[in-house]
Structure formats: C-alpha cells, structure tokens
Design a protein around this ligand. Structure first.
Ligand SMILES: C[S@@+](CC[C@H](N)C(=O)[O-])C[C@H]1O[C@@H](n2cnc3c(N)ncnc32)[C@H](O)[C@@H]1O
Length: 256
C-alpha cells in the first residue's frame, strides 16, 4: 500500500483484517488481565487518526470499545497511551476519542485514562511507559507502522524484558528485499530492526523464499528480544504485497 498523505484515508481490506485480529485478541486479553490486576495499560506508537474515510473506526477506538466492555464486568482501571506524529491525525484522534468516550457511561469512562501524545513515538513512548510505571505491569503495545522496518530492536528488547508485556508489530518484508541490497542506509535500517546482520542472507535466497526467510528471521529477532511466544498473520494487500502482523508475548505469559 502506498503511504497515504491525507489526514484520514481509505481503509483497505488488510487493515480491516488486522482490526478484526486486534479486536478479538483484546477481547480475550483485557478481561483476563483485569480479572487479576487493578490497573492495566495499552499503548500505541502509530495511533493514526482514529477513523477511516468511510467512518470505520481506527485501532485506538476499537481498543477503547473493547476495554469499556471489559470494565463493565470488572471494577478496575485502564490507561491508554496513544502516540502519533502527524498533527492533523492527532487532532482527528482527539475528536474521535472524545466521541467514543461520549458513547459510554461516566462510571466506565472515568476509569479509562486516555493520554494522546503528538510526536515521534521513539524513544518517547518508552520514556512515558517507564515514567508512569507501566513497564513490568500488564501492558499491550501496538506498533502498527506502515510496514517499515520502523521498529528498532533496542525497543523490542526493552519491552521484552518484562513477562507481562505483549506486543503486536506490523512488518513489511518487501522494502528490504527490493531496496536494501545496494543501499547502505536501507541495510542499516534492516540491521537496526533485526538487531543483527543475519537477515542480509535474504539476498542469497531464491525469490520465492525471500519473504518466508525474512519472516522467520523476524520471529527469531522477537524471540531474542525476550518474546518467547510468537504468532504471525500474513496479510496481502491490493497490490499483492505481503505484510506480517506479529503477535509476540513474553516468557510464557501469553493468553493464546
Ligand atoms: C498504519 S498507520 C496506523 C493505523 C492505526 N494503528 C489503525 O489501525 O487505525 C501509521 C500511523 O503512524 C504515524 N507515524 C508514522 N511514523 C511515526 C512515528 N515515527 N511516530 C509516531 N507516529 C508515526 C502515521 O502518521 C500514521 O498515522
């Protein structure tokens, strides 16, 4: 998918599939964690505008709806930290979060603290999570960039130190297979995302095996970062480009 320039863009089919997965996963995650903890946290590094062109909800709105449903059952609290670097999308996201809050009762909304932040997600998101004491407590982090590679291994490694952290990451292999072989800067981005240079063996793989090779390399990366349980979902966009949605959980604390 071409990276959209408008503040709010058309939701494509693979985004709809990704949202279904996210919703279903959070519908299981939130009640289990709320049944055992007084406070749990949810964070997004690439929050988007909270809405798509034809009114479909974005990931922060989907998550909020799931959490309020769970908070009806459990008298507990949640924190949401949402980061977005495009100021137009931040403005829209603030509007959408206010709207979704207005659809729920005060009893529930006052137990969900929503913190929307404008700026580059890294390292601000990690600093924020650390400063509010969310690291080491139940935490779900959605790192849903346009495919990247945008997520530094150092961040995954920091998050993966804690058993109670789960992460969902979007990873698009085609950028690296198409552009990185003869471009130092792109190869360096790959090295930072994988935390090693082993992925570069992709250039010696036969074409039909390249994506699967990178996917497995990336799963290794997630395991090295501390996420011993990983699942991946392959999504193919309208241009037949593959995106991988990886859902790693740390050290046996997974709910899947
Ligand atoms: C794939 S979209 C997110 C979609 C959203 N998660 C959803 O499912 O509704 C990626 C978003 O990340 C934002 N973004 C890109 N680079 C970023 C960065 N370094 N820090 C924070 N946000 C960024 C883009 O402006 C865009 O809104």
């Amino acid at each position: 998918m071409a990276v959209p320039k408008a503040a709010v863009w058309e939701r494509d089919p693979h985004t709809a599939a990704k949202h279904d997965l996210l919703r279903k996963y959070l519908e299981a995650w939130a009640p289990i964690l709320l049944s055992r903890n007084d406070l749990i946290s949810y964070a997004e590094g690439f929050a988007g505008a909270g809405i798509y062109k034809h009114g479909e909800p974005g990931s922060p709105v989907i998550a909020y709806d799931v959490f309020t449903g769970a908070l009806h059952r459990y008298p507990k609290r949640m924190r949401m930290i949402l980061m977005e670097e495009d100021p137009r999308r931040v403005e829209e996201l603030e509007r959408q979060m206010a709207l979704v809050r207005s659809r729920h009762t005060d009893d529930v909304t006052e137990r969900v603290a929503v913190d929307i932040r404008h700026g580059d997600y890294h390292p601000s998101l990690l600093q924020k999570l650390r400063s509010i004491g969310s690291l080491g407590k139940p935490l779900f982090v959605l790192l849903d960039s346009f495919g990247g590679p945008d997520i530094p291994y150092s961040l995954l490694h920091e998050l993966g130190r804690y058993r109670s952290t789960e992460v969902m990451v979007t990873f698009e292999p085609s950028f690296l297979t198409r552009f990185a072989q003869n471009h130092d800067g792109h190869r360096q981005r790959g090295d930072e995302a994988f935390g090693s240079q082993d992925w570069q063996a992709v250039f010696q793989q036969p074409s039909p095996l390249k994506f699967a090779f990178l996917r497995e390399q990336y799963r290794d990366t997630l395991r090295r970062a501390g996420f011993s349980h990983t699942l991946y979902f392959e999504m193919v966009d309208e241009g037949s480009r593959k995106l991988y949605l990886n859902r790693p959980g740390s050290n046996g604390d997974s709910i899947s």
